[in-house]
Design a protein around this ligand. Structure first.
Ligand code: NAP
Length: 287
């Protein structure tokens, strides 16, 4: 039985993925923001599939302290129940917020959750990802209209909710590309970014102002179902060999933006993220 870890598994795309992968006989380690949300999601999965092998962990992944605690709990569980191996790590948790606010470390929250949490969690769990494993990040086509604001990466000077979101999705692309340059040949682990397309979820209504929330409740109606969006992830999880390509939508490799292919930006972001997380990736990588 293969093991997958999915963050943001209490609603939307992540919950659909948890249901579908549990139904396809995967051992699912699912993460949610609060224990209550996890209990509700677990009950929903088990109601549909009482034999599902699914376990939930809760952590507010905006806070690095919580990411580190979660990684410790997951590591213990992997060793006790999964032979110490994780086949796929899906960093899917994400959010949009209309208001500038910071984490305990003083980092802008969309940058912290949508990019740094996946970066740090990958580092902490790297030792469990053996050859053939995959790291999948939930990206977005919206990265295409963005460049990294190197002089104000946390939008401290003039916060713009949508630009901060798009930049965090560009960070997913740059992180995956640099991860592959460093580790895919050496460790046999490959990172991918999925563009789920426009999906009918509540993401734009959760922590946004009235106008944005109203706009999103109309826009989401044109989106595909979370189950439809989940297909590309299932395809990536199910391929025997690592597929060629980095960025996938509708089970097909796509080109990202020109900026997402900048090696210089990818290296710079990787180094900055290591500093912001207080880690050195090389130290987490098996030799
Ligand atoms: N919907 C779209 O059209 C679309 C398009 C492109 C990309 N995406 C991306 O898809 C991913 C999933 O979003 P979705 O559309 O499925 O929205 P969603 O239903 O709101 O799912 C987001 C998930 O992340 C969790 N989460 C939020 N804040 C968290 C925190 N601080 N710590 C831990 N978990 C947290 C949410 O928990 P709660 O259930 O407690 O809120 C939920 O499980 C995101 O990365 C998003 O950027 C979505």
């Amino acid at each position: 039985m293969k093991t997958v870890l999915i963050t943001g598994a209490t609603s939307g795309i992540g919950l659909a993925l948890a249901r579908l992968l549990a139904g396809a006989n995967w051992h699912v380690l699912a993460c949610g923001r609060t224990a209550e949300r996890c209990d509700a999601a677990k009950a929903a999965v088990l109601k549909e599939n009482p034999d599902a092998r699914i376990v939930f962990f809760s952590a507010d992944l905006r806070q690095q302290r919580e990411v580190n605690r979660l990684a410790g709990e997951i590591g213990t569980y992997l060793e006790q129940a999964c032979g110490g191996r994780l086949d796929v790590l899906i960093s899917n948790a994400g959010f949009v917020t209309s208001w500038y606010s910071t984490t305990e470390e003083g980092y802008e929250q969309q940058f912290a959750l949508n990019h740094l949490a996946g970066f740090l969690l990958t580092f902490r769990l790297l030792r469990y990802l053996g050859a053939g494993a995959r790291v999948i990040l939930t990206g977005s086509n919206s990265h295409k209209w963005m460049k990294i604001r190197w002089n104000d990466i946390m939008f401290q000077r003039r916060y713009n909710c949508l630009l901060a979101y798009k930049q965090s999705k560009l960070c997913n692309m740059l992180f995956a590309a640099e991860f592959n340059r460093r580790f895919s040949k050496r460790l046999g682990i490959k990172a991918f970014v999925v563009d789920p397309g426009l999906v009918d979820t509540a993401i734009g209504c959760k922590r946004t102002g009235r106008l944005t929330s109203r706009f999103w409740s109309l826009r989401r109606r044109g989106g595909v179902s979370p189950e439809e969006a989940a297909k590309t992830y299932l395809w990536l999880c199910g391929q025997k060999e690592h597929p060629e390509g980095l960025y996938f939508g509708d089970c097909t490799a796509r080109r990202g933006s020109r900026r997402s292919e900048s090696e210089a930006d990818a290296r710079r972001l990787f180094a900055l993220s290591e500093t912001l997380c207080g880690i050195a990736f090389e130290e987490g990588a098996p030799v």
